[in-house]
Design a protein around this ligand. Structure first.
Ligand code: SAM
Ligand code: SF4
Length: 508
């Protein structure tokens, strides 16, 4: 076991760290993917598509909406057209179609997760981030494996999460060995609960870009989705915000991180943009280009797309005066367009946004959201009251409501919170899941597993009010299973009843 460590200063000699930094990037693992030396983000083509579609024709917009509803990826021209819609009535049609696309692919399910920040040590110097190495007011810490275990005991034993996104700064102390051993530690924790036991069953990872060799290690360790956000696809902006001498200063190393993941066998990948750094229309177009590139090259598009918006961060002046700040209205538009442009993908809305905005944005097609969120290092075990502490956080959250509150609100709005993690454990990943999602068939497995895992969660963690709201949802879902899938109903009910008596982790 790694011993508990509170780290305020990184004592490694600078020269030694310099060597580590220089050797991170493997140029040959970028160059092999370039197309005659060119990257796949075609800036002139994006700008041309945006200019050519600045005045969208309503008839064409409706044809594009029909295509999205048939779960087909839109072209750059079609996406540019949607990005320019201003007419309130047409915008309302777009929002309705986005909601319909989500229901067609994912039904009324919302998946919940929690971020777990393991270390805020970082050698990079991203201007917008509280963890940047030049932020001398950040109190640095990397969790020991014992501390990781304590975090998970709270997450899986008290709150009831089954799914985490593990977040790491980039630093020799939190390299691939640390990431793999924390992942294994987390998956091994089992905690007694009210009626059964709790456990994290899926760990997604948000970390710096890695080499193919490191990604193979991550795959072996049992990663779920590998997320790397490009932050901005606009290279001049990227270069301004990420100093050249840092690892993150290499735009192409980051841009091709998902190609390397696919090569290493990690076929669930998550894309994202940090909105507020550059023009949001350009960024949405670039996300589409990235999705199309992955589909074309590997036959698999992004499992998820994230759209974090810049938030204030401790001692981080850059975020106080943003040239490209995205308004709430534009944020809703961009979420709607992403849903329509890449109709099969999961979409993640985070607690960066406040509760009211989350209520408005979730129905635009989001599939996943976090709750009971803490992002300070060690904060689940240490900050049970949910207070935020800027000096150990990457940024400040907009919504710290409990999972119980979020589940109840979703239930009252007619959604079922799914704690299902069966997909990747049954090999439904990559191309297989893409086909199932496009055909609407994934929905069948998911519906059954959503009911069973929701039963588990209610029995183990729900407050009386949430239990009451949840029972109504379950009664309706069970009636639908009986009607829509009579052939599996008997087996399904046997799983359901076993779950009621305390058996856990039953899935289709
Ligand atoms: N260090 C790794 C990296 O940069 O890829 C791991 C991810 S970082 C800890 C998680 C993400 O948080 C970043 O990719 C960025 O998009 C987002 N982020 C950074 N600063 C932020 C801020 N001030 N507000 C909102 N999100 C921020
Ligand atoms: Fe480090 Fe990531 Fe923050 Fe950049 S965004 S300073 S790489 S933790």
């Amino acid at each position: 076991m790694v011993k508990a460590t509170m780290i305020t200063k990184d004592r490694k000699p600078v020269a030694e760290r310099g060597g580590w930094i220089r050797n991170r990037i493997k140029p040959e693992q970028i160059e092999k993917y370039l197309d005659q030396g060119r990257e796949f983000i075609d800036v002139p083509a994006i700008e041309q598509a945006l200019a050519a579609n600045a005045k969208p024709d309503p008839k064409r917009v409706r044809e594009i909406l029909a295509k999205a509803l048939a779960i087909e990826t839109l072209t750059p021209d079609e996406t540019a057209c949607l990005l320019h819609v201003q007419d309130p009535a047409l915008l309302a049609e777009m929002r309705q179609t986005a909601a319909a696309v989500k229901v067609k692919v994912y039904d009324n399910r919302i998946v919940t997760f929690a971020p777990l920040y393991l270390s805020n040590l970082c050698v990079n110097d991203c201007l917008y981030c509280g963890f940047r190495c030049s932020n001398t007011e950040e109190s640095r810490r990397i969790l020991s494996l014992d501390e990781v275990q304590r975090e998970v005991e709270v997450l899986a034993g008290q709150i009831g999460h089954k799914r985490l996104i593990l977040v790491y700064g980039e630093h020799p102390k939190s390299g691939i060995d640390y990431i793999a051993s924390t992942l294994r530690t987390i998956m091994d924790v089992k905690v007694k609960t009210r009626r059964g036991w709790g456990q994290i069953r899926r760990c997604n990872v948000n970390a710096a870009p890695m080499s193919v060799e490191e990604l193979r290690v991550l795959n072996e360790a049992g990663i779920g989705t590998f997320q790397v956000f490009q932050e901005t696809y606009h290279r001049p902006t990227y270069e301004k915000l990420h100093p050249r001498h840092t690892i993150k200063g290499n735009y192409l190393w980051r841009l091709y991180s998902m190609h390397r993941a696919m090569e290493a066998g990690v076929d669930d990948v998550g894309l994202g943009v940090l909105f507020g750094l550059y023009d949001w229309k350009f960024e949405v177009m670039s996300l589409l280009y990235h999705a199309i590139e992955l589909e074309k090259r590997f036959g698999i598009g992004p499992h998820t797309i994230s759209f974090p918006r810049l938030e204030p961060a401790h001692n981080t002046p850059f975020v106080q005066n943003l040239q490209y700040a995205v308004s709430d209205e534009d944020f809703k538009r961009l979420v709607t367009v992403i849903r329509l442009a890449v109709p099969y993908t999961g979409m993640i809305l985070t607690a960066r946004e406040n509760a009211q905005l989350r209520r408005e944005i979730l129905p635009l097609g989001c599939t996943q959201t976090d709750a009971s969120t803490r992002i300070g290092i060690g904060a689940y075990a240490d900050q049970l009251d949910g207070a935020q502490r800027g000096e150990i956080q990457q940024f400040l959250l907009g919504d710290t409501r409990s999972l119980d509150d979020v589940v109840r609100e979703l239930a009252e709005a007619g959604s079922i919170t799914s704690f299902c993690t069966a997909g990747y454990r049954c090999g439904r990943t990559g191309q297989k899941i893409m086909k199932l999602l496009r055909s609407g068939k994934e929905g069948q497995f998911c519906k059954l597993n959503a009911v069973i895992t929701f039963r588990e969660w209610l029995d183990d963690f729900a407050s009386p009010e949430t239990m009451a709201a949840g029972e109504k949802v379950l009664a309706r879902e069970i009636a639908q299973v009986k009607q829509q899938m009579p052939e599996v109903f008997e087996t399904f009910m046997s799983y359901y009843e076993k779950t009621r008596t305390g058996e856990r982790d039953l899935y289709f």
